[in-house]
Ligand binder design. Structure first.
Ligand SMILES: Cc1cc2nc3c(=O)[nH]c(=O)nc-3n(C[C@H](O)[C@H](O)[C@H](O)COP(=O)(O)O)c2cc1C
Length: 167
């Protein structure tokens, strides 16, 4: 499968079967995230694996992972991330997004579904998983065996003419 195939075929799955994701696949997905580039290679990101009904329930109802059997909680530590001197911008969230994206595409390559979840109560998740003061949950990636065949937005993107332009 080429990268073009992966990017064209991936969609956000919002329905999953009960079939568990193998430990081997989970580790392989985590490995894709671990290899992600980060600003100045400071690696301020870690991932918490919630793959039991109890640990998934701790995320809270607002962030229900659509019945997925695995939720990867992507945490960025602002105190460890690169800060751009010109404007003080902290790159932790950007680093965490690359980690999440790489895991999302590795899941796709393994034939698994996923959906990136940004809708959750950060205070609830932070407390539930005992995050440090400078840590923030950047994303939750739900992963599992798909029970749907597409999403309403699959392939629904603005045209290239609006997306890119020559300077
Ligand atoms: C940063 C980010 C946050 C998202 N948060 C949610 C979410 O909370 N719940 C949800 O169902 N989908 C969420 N999504 C999935 C998007 O809605 C989805 O990617 C978009 O509609 C395009 O559809 P597709 O992924 O099927 O191509 C999120 C995606 C991104 C990149």
């Amino acid at each position: 499968m080429t990268f073009a195939d992966l990017t064209n075929e991936r969609y956000s799955s919002r329905s999953y079967t009960d079939e568990p994701v193998s430990d081997e696949d989970i580790v392989s997905i985590l490995e894709a995230g671990r290899m992600a580039p980060t600003a100045k290679n400071l690696q301020p990101v870690r991932v918490i694996v919630a793959d039991t009904p109890e640990s998934i329930a701790r995320i809270g109802k607002a962030a229900g992972p659509y019945g997925a059997t695995v939720a990867l909680i992507v945490v960025a530590d602002a105190s460890k991330a690169w800060v751009r001197p010109q404007d003080g911008k902290n790159f932790g969230d950007i680093d965490a997004s690359i980690v999440t994206t790489q895991m999302m595409y590795r899941a796709q390559e393994l034939g698994l579904g996923s959906v990136w979840i940004g809708y959750f109560d950060p205070a609830v998740v932070k407390e539930a998983f005992g995050l440090g003061e400078t840590e923030e949950v950047s994303a939750i990636l739900a992963v599992g065996h798909r029970a749907d065949e597409t999403s309403s937005n699959h392939g629904n993107r603005k045209p290239m003419s609006e997306f890119a332009s020559r300077a």
